[in-house]
Design a protein around this ligand. Structure first.
Ligand code: SIN
Length: 535
């Protein structure tokens, strides 16, 4: 292989955000490298069931969508950002339709619109209950047909190379800090390669794997957040972890998502006594915003000492369940639950990060040439609690906006070149005590679940911090001394991400949206964004 491998832009992650940007930039003639640590279809997008929120009906309006988003965000959304992104919603939907996504329709040919918590109107476009999968398949087809895009599967992005980093070994570099490359671990060859690029887009999705129970796939280890943080990017609002109220309860650790759209069609939450308890917590009952529903479930489980609650959809017509929710229907059936007769055992699980890498409305971070898009980014749309199904919309709208900005940036960067360095590996071969890393991972996930979950206290956060500090010391020792591998690289990113969540949570001395602490059970008048950057 040539040293170094070169692209105009490298995109890390192959979900909706990364794929949409790659297609736009390839059309402009730029060379695009997509890096993905597993296979291309392994992304958070693939697991999105409910759908994508956008105003597409005459009875709805952008103002209503804005109002619902601001209300769910509990005072922390950036109104201008909300208005700009939601206004572009219908255009974002058209982008997906143009790429081949076929949204579910009613019998009369109109688009079928679902309802989810916090929405005052039916506005969720969907492909049955497998919306993310359908979007991912359409975009991957388009990407594989484009010769300007090279997809590198089983490559793990380790760190962004910036000129500030290079200055440490080469004081002759005088330019203002900018992105010039990426260190990438070739998983099959077991070596780190240097890639040269004019810009990097981080589109790595979420962080759910830092929790013991999550609806996210195994790839969601916070890689993009940790990489951006190490590159000196600003990381915001990390305390706002959205717990999905209804994941399927099982004795195993996996948590299959039971879409909120089922509650939109009339699903009822019941406690173990069979009581439909939500009316005791909120007038909107099952369709209150997610933070309210998840907290109510948590309270109810603690009150009755139960390991799970129930979701009852048995009164919904079998035809609707089978036709609209085939994924959930079949998944439950295979596990002995007939959802048209049996109540579904559910628990909350870590689902979505509302904070992330700070970007503006063009997807730019504070580092020249470093962009972020999708769940990994914090644009200001979600505030303290994301409105259901606003995330796929944000990803596609911001991908369109980011691609325009990147097109200009790449064209202006044509004359900038710099000699990059090779990666220096640790001396030692893999230790036979690597089982320690597995234990560290389990401890990290348990710590986050036990101490940094739906209901928090200052004491629990302090406990989490001191445990994470100890774990970090051990993980760093491995990182600096041994040859890297995927387990180690992921764990290093998970510990950084977990610490960012705890530090942000400690900074917020109030309860707002998804951050609820018994020590400060009220909202402060002075609304702050928590922001962390390496000094
Ligand atoms: C769901 O289908 O409930 C998930 C949708 C989302 O997280 O927005």
């Amino acid at each position: 292989m040539d040293f170094p491998k070169k692209y105009d832009i490298i995109i890390v992650g192959s979900g909706i955000a990364g794929l949409c940007v790659s297609l736009r930039l390839a059309k402009k003639g730029h060379t695009v490298g997509i890096i993905t640590k597993k296979s291309s279809a392994d992304s958070n997008t693939n697991y999105a069931q409910g759908g994508i929120a956008a105003v597409t009906s005459n009875t709805d309006g952008i103002k209503l969508h804005v109002q619902d988003t601001l209300e769910a965000g509990d005072g922390l959304c950036n109104r201008h950002v909300v208005e700009e992104i939601l206004k572009d919603g219908p255009k974002g939907i058209k982008t997906l339709i143009d790429e081949g996504v076929i949204f579910s329709q009613l019998e009369d040919g109109r688009i079928s619109l679902g309802k989810e918590g916090g929405h005052s109107k039916r506005r969720i476009l969907h492909v049955k209950d497998m919306t993310g999968k359908a979007i991912e398949e359409a975009l991957l087809n388009a990407v594989s047909a484009d010769a300007q895009i090279e997809t590198l599967e089983h490559y793990f992005a380790v760190d962004v190379i910036t000129t500030d980093k290079l200055k440490r070994s080469n004081p002759d570099i005088k330019c203002a800090n900018r992105t010039v490359g990426l260190f990438v671990f070739n998983i099959n060859k077991k070596c780190v390669e240097t890639f040269e690029t004019k810009a990097v887009l981080l589109a790595t999705g979420g962080i759910g794997q830092i929790y013991q129970f999550t609806t996210n796939p195994s790839i969601a280890t916070g890689d993009g957040i940790a990489m951006a943080y190490r590159a000196n990017a600003i990381i915001e609002n990390m305390e706002f972890i959205q717990f999905h109220p209804t994941a399927l309860y099982s004795q195993q650790k996996d948590r299959f998502l039971i879409s909120e759209a089922l509650r939109g069609e009339g699903g009822i939450l019941r406690n173990l006594e069979g009581e439909a308890f939500m009316e005791r917590y909120d007038d909107r009952r099952e369709l209150a915003p997610r933070d309210v529903v998840a907290r109510s479930i948590d309270t109810e489980m603690k009150r009755l000492g139960s390991e799970h609650l129930w979701l009852d959809v048995s009164h919904i017509e079998l035809k609707i369940l089978k036709h609209r929710f085939p994924g959930i229907y079949n998944y439950c059936k295979a596990r002995g639950i007939s959802i048209d007769k049996d109540w579904i055992p559910i628990v909350p699980a870590a689902h979505y990060l509302c904070g992330g890498i700070h970007t503006n409305l063009s997807g730019e971070t504070n580092i020249k040439g470093l962009y972020a898009c999708g769940e990994v980014a914090c644009t200001g749309l979600h505030g303290a609690n994301r409105l259901a199904s606003n995330s796929l919309l944000e990803a596609v709208v911001m991908a369109n906006r980011g691609a325009s900005s990147l097109d200009q940036y790449i064209s202006q960067s044509n004359n900038f070149t710099l000699d990059l360095i090779k990666w220096i590996d640790g001396d030692l071969e893999s230790s036979d005590e690597r089982v320690i890393l597995t234990h560290n991972k389990e401890e990290l996930k348990r710590t986050m679940w036990d101490y940094v979950s739906i209901v928090r206290t200052s004491k629990r956060l302090d406990r989490a911090w001191s445990r994470l500090e100890n774990l970090e010391k051990e993980i760093n020792e491995y990182y600096w001394n041994f040859k890297v591998d995927v387990t180690l690289l992921e764990l290093r990113n998970m510990i950084t991400t977990a610490k960012l969540v705890v530090e942000s949570s400690q900074k917020r001395k109030e309860s707002r949206g998804l951050h609820y602490t018994l020590d400060f059970p009220y909202k402060l008048e002075n609304i702050i964004t928590t922001s962390i950057q390496i000094k």
